[in-house]
Design a protein around this ligand. Sequence first.
Ligand SMILES: O=C(O)C(=O)C[C@]1(C(=O)O)C=C[C@@H](O)C=C1
Length: 378
Amino acid sequence: MTKLGYLGPEGTYSHTMALRYAAEHECQPVCCYSLSSVFQQVDDGFLDMGIVPVENSTEGSVGETLDLLLSCEGIYVNAELLLPVRHHLLARPGTVLAGIEKVYSHPQALAQCRKFIAEHLPGAQLVETASTAAAALAVASAPLNAAAIGSDNAAATYALELLSSDIQSNNDNVTRFLVISRDNPVPAVPAKTSLALAVLDHPGALSRILREFSLRAINLTRIESRPAGSKLGDYIFFIDLVGRVDDPVVAEAVEALSNNTLWIKFLGCYPACEGMKSYQQYQGSGYSNIQQLRGKIDLVDDEILYLLTMRQRLVDRVADLKKDTCEVIDQTREAEIMNRVKEQARENNLNTDMVVKIFRLMLLESVRRQKTLISASL
Ligand SMILES: O=C(O)C(=O)C[C@]1(C(=O)O)C=C[C@@H](O)C=C1
C-alpha cells in the first residue's frame, strides 16, 4: 500500500489531514517526528508521499517546509489541500468546565482561542506544549482539573471528550498543506505551478520578474520571500501561479525570467484546490483566440500608458531643476537617447523609423511641457 508520511505525533492537525487524504486515496499514514524526516523518507523511497503544512491564514508561512522544498532535489509538489482549523476543549470524561484549572496547548492554539479562555476560563493556568497532540497526551493522564486545546482527532486518539466545540476566535483560520512525492505528473487544468527563484541584485529586477507574469495575465496566488541563508539581504522568492507548467504562456514567462534571476527551481505543478480563490478566478490562458490575444494587448497598452506617466513625472522634476537657467532643450542628451533606443530597436527587431518617430514625439512633448511648467512658475 502507498505510504504517506506526516508530521506527528498522532492527533496533530497534520495527522488529521493525512487521515482525510488517506481515506480518499487509499494510502497508509506513517507518523514522522520532524518535517525533515518526512522529506528524507520520501527521498529515500521509504515513503511514497508526504503531507506537509506550508502556510496558515493567521500565522503565515511554515519556513521549514519552504526551505526543505528548496534543498531536496527530485521532490515535487503534487497536490495542495486546505484544512479549516477547528479547535475544541478536550478533557477526560468526568471533567466539568467549572473545575478546570490548567489548559494545555501549543502557543498558537492558545492564542487562537484567547477569547474563549478569557470568557470561560479566566483563572486557568496556561501550559504551553510542543503540539496540540502533546497537550492532549498530557491531559489524558492528568487529574480532572486539566483540559487541552486541540482537534477532534486528538480527542479520539487520546480518549478525551469534547467539553466545548469550535472555540477558536477566528472561524476562517485555514492551514494549507502540500502533498510531496518523487514524481510530478502534469495534472489536468485547472492547475497551479510553484517556483523558487533567486533575483539578481540590481534595481528593478523583482518588478521585471512580476511584470513578466502580469503582461501575460498570469495570476500569482502567492509570493513569499525567505532569507537565502548566505548574507543578510539575500532573498529567495517562492512563487505560486495559476497555470500549468506546460502552458505555452507560462513556459514563455518562465523563460523570460532568466534575464533577472540567478537561478529558478521548479517545485511542482498540481491541481488547484477548489477552496482557493484563485481556482474560481481561473479563466484559462493561451494565445489561441483573438479574445485572449486582445486581452493581452490591452495589458501591454496599460503598461505603456503607465510607463508614459512615470516618464512624464520624471521630466516634470527635471523642469524644476531647469527653472533657473530656463534652457529646456538639451541636444546632447536627446542625441544620446535617440542612439540608445535605435540600438535597442534593432536588437529587438523593431522598425527603427517607428521607434525614432515615437521618441521624437515624446521629446517634443517633454520640451513643450517643461516650457509651460517653467513659465507658470515664474
Ligand atoms: O534630460 C533632460 O534634460 C530633460 O529635460 C528630459 C528630456 C526627455 O524628455 O528625456 C526632455 C528635454 C530635453 O531636451 C532632453 C531630455
